[in-house]
Design a protein around this ligand. Structure first.
Ligand code: NAD
Length: 480
């Protein structure tokens, strides 16, 4: 069976323990490869390699760094089909989505930050002819980048690309549930001539390999994307060590539909924002709030089209929802459907595990699910489910819609549907979320600040924000 190895000091190496974890194909429900079960010894080795590589990588002419990172992007483009297939097998998502979104974006991340480094500039402030301040931004050192399973290569590259472009050397850890594309990526880095030790990829469990990265005294900054509970644990370890922290955490995002919306566009996009990637996107709108005068029409059309969605073999090009990432996650999501029923919710569509014939008979599939009849305070509407499950709730006034939208501990993203321009801006202004979409969803410009408020995170990624995170500012004041 194929072994997923660590990438340390420019080489693919076995974990020091010699141990491996099972890696599942979720659409078949069976083990198809083994992933390195790394520990602190592997992390120590990786940090040694990253420290050694830092002086030459951080001082390399930016144009040279840019060229190497662009070569990696070109190789991702060359291997688009292969990587998309690997992502689909490893995660359960449809190969179509992996190709159009995950792998396309992994390459875009590399290109965006490779070229951003060429344009990054530091600031100068002139003080009335009395003094000049100039601020340098130097790469911070060896950094840790830890990513989740839902958009594996997409989110892994979203972190390591700015770190590498800024001149840092990196210890990366993809999720143990979806390690395959990061492994294939390490091979592409070798092929592209990325100098040894600049990027090191450690595979393994969060509580062991991940925790060793957080605890390592010579890793100066941590960029983490994952669950809020894990984020709290990471902050508790890293804060007393005065590590720089960027935390991109969970969400429970509102999708607010006013009666004056473009109905067809709203329904079409709300289906996507509810169920794309099996609802396993931190930005999915899991709580849909609909103005009461439109409620019946919206619910009936939304439920009808939800029932028409095709769940099935992720390799089939007509499939719209693939498998959930693991058996444990499927159980968790189904557990929330049971909870919703206990809390008085009515299931209008889905709610059940789905058995697919043939190759995928043992896969972790689930029907897309629509629930009504719950209030905003119940656990179903407060906790992140991270699966193909949405609730629909009515509202009467703009004030009520805002109160409902802001009624959770999360504040990642929100979507607003209205043709009333003034209202759109007014509502956007008052929602406590870091990312707001008006009459669209997941419309991304990589230059914009990306991240959440409240328990959805600390700090921002995207654009200059990420480059600034991976550099340290120093101000020099010159008296004239
Ligand atoms: P998770 O927190 O379980 O794991 C994320 C990563 O952290 C994995 O690589 C894991 O191995 C590692 N990890 C776990 N414990 C660790 C520890 N103690 N120390 C260091 N690393 C540790 O999250 P997940 O289940 O993989 O991903 C789903 C979550 O990610 C959801 O909550 C989702 O909302 C969130 N997410 C957020 C964003 C965002 O941009 N805000 C994007 C995608 C996913």
């Amino acid at each position: 069976m194929e072994k997923i190895l660590n990438y340390i000091g420019g080489k693919l190496v076995e974990p020091s323990s010699g141990k491996y974890l099972d890696n599942f194909n979720p659409s078949e429900g069976k083990v198809y490869s083994l992933v390195a079960d790394s520990d602190e010894n592997d992390v120590n080795e990786a940090v040694r390699a990253a420290k050694q590589a830092f002086p030459s990588w951080s001082t390399m002419p930016t144009e040279e760094r840019c060229k190497i990172l662009l070569r990696v992007a070109d190789l991702i483009d060359r291997d688009l089909e292969k990587l998309a297939l690997a992502e689909s097998i490893d995660n359960g998502k449809t190969v179509k989505l992996a190709k159009a979104v995950d792998i396309y974006r992994a390459s875009a991340n590399m290109k965006f930050y490779a070229t951003a480094a060429m344009h990054f500039a530091s600031e100068a402030h002139v003080n009335d002819g009395d003094s000049i301040n100039y601020t340098t931004r130097m790469p911070i050192g060896v950094v840790g980048c830890i990513s989740p399973w839902n958009l594996p290569l997409y989110l892994f590259t979203w972190k390591i690309a700015p770190a590498l472009a800024a001149g840092c050397t990196v210890i990366g850890k993809p999720s143990e549930l979806t390690p395959m594309t990061a492994f294939l990526f390490s091979k592409l880095c070798i092929e592209a001539g990325l100098p040894a030790g600049v990027l090191n990829i450690i595979h393994g469990l969060g509580g062991k390999a991940g925790q060793a990265i957080i605890e390592h005294t010579e890793i100066t900054a941590i960029s983490f994307t994952g669950g809020t509970v894990t984020g709290k644990k990471i902050a508790a370890t890293a804060a007393p060590m005065f590590k720089k922290l960027s935390l991109e955490l969970g969400g429970k995002n509102p999708n607010i539909v006013f009666a004056d919306c473009d109905f067809e566009q709203t329904i079409k996009t709300s289906l996507l924002s509810s169920f794309t990637n099996q609802g396993e996107i931190c930005l999915c709108g899991s709580r849909i709030f609909v103005e009461r005068s439109l409620l019946d029409r919206f619910v009936s059309e939304f439920v009808k089209r939800t029932k028409e969605l095709k769940v099935g073999d992720p390799l089939d090009s007509s499939t719209q929802l693939g498998a959930l990432v693991s058996e444990a996650h499927l159980k968790k999501v189904l557990g929330y459907v049971s909870l919703a029923k206990e809390e008085g919710g009515k299931i209008l569509a889905g709610g059940n595990q789905l058995k697919i014939d043939g190759r995928c008979a043992n896969g972790y599939f689930m029907e897309p699910t629509v629930i009504v009849g719950l209030d905003e305070k119940c656990r179903t509407n407060q906790e992140e489910i991270f699966g193909p499950v949405v609730t629909i709730m009515p509202f009467d006034t703009e004030e009520e819609a805002l109160a409902l939208a802001n009624s959770t501990l999360y504040g990642l993203s929100a979507t607003i549907w209205t043709e009333n321009l003034k209202r759109a801006h007014r509502v956007a202004h008052q929602i406590k979320s870091g990312i707001i979409w008006i009459n669209c969803w997941l419309h991304r410009d990589l230059r914009t600040a990306f991240g959440g408020m409240k328990q959805s995170g600390v700090g921002r990624e995207g654009g200059w924000e990420a480059i600034k995170f991976f550099t340290e500012a120093k101000n020099v004041c010159v008296k004239l």
